[in-house]
Design a protein around this ligand. Sequence first.
Ligand code: MN
Length: 303
Amino acid sequence: MLILLTNDDGIHSAGLQALADRLQSLGRVVVVAPDRERSAIGHALTLHAPLRAEEILKDRWAVSGTPTDAVNLGIHGILKNMPDLVISGINKGGNMGDDLTYSGTVAAAMEATLMGVPAIAVSLASRRFNYADFSDASRAAETLAVTVSEHGLPADTFINVNVPPRTPLGIRLTRQGKRIYDDAVVENVDPRGRTYYWIGAGCLDFQDLDGTDFHAVQHGYVSVTPLHLDLTNYAAMDRLRCRYSAHRARKPSISRSSFQVREREGDRGRLFSAEGARVRWRSAIDSPIQPPRATTPAAAMAS
Ligand code: MN
């Protein structure tokens, strides 16, 4: 089995090392990871700068980009064959609830899923910032790697794994929980007299909802959440279809040429500017749902 490992804490992270050591018994392990910490970088892809990749040890590549770059480059550039599995982690800190939208760890698994490779994101969910011991988390990752390699995953789906900071009581299949953010922004003055701001410095909490990732980890279980890349809120479709079908029946009341007239008349409040084309917002919402894109994500984003 060929396993590609990455993370967002950087190639020198102890969590990545522990994971690599643990998975050696399953096959060939190749690490392709950012050359420095890129936590909370999300699914950023570097399209407007060159990337460098240096093999600092055999099968251990440091990439001058994001976790998504590392997976993209690993699969399409460095590895000669498609990996059987991509694992991202072990992250220093949990990736649960709404935090997933920021996570570079989770985004790396997303990127692998886009490339058609089964993927797992693994995080050690400790609040105490004590990340010396990754043994339980790497054991859990190994167990799940074996399960995924034997049974596969549903289409367009990867698993997001969070391990409690003590010996787990077991594994629970969970849904994404809900974070409570403290929106505090720290404002201070630097040594040169300029004001600076620091976001994300407030206290974090979560809603203790049964069946969620937060709840499982809080109660000592490994949380396994299946995630997919389709962000559509299907539960909202019927309600919104009723609401917007009335507009669909109407002829659009404004065209590009009449827009210019309205703009001169100062009727800007009902309009917004989208890149290159200005449209009425109701028309924008009413536009047909786009089919899934067939191109690679890099090509689609570049176009
Ligand atoms: Mn991280």
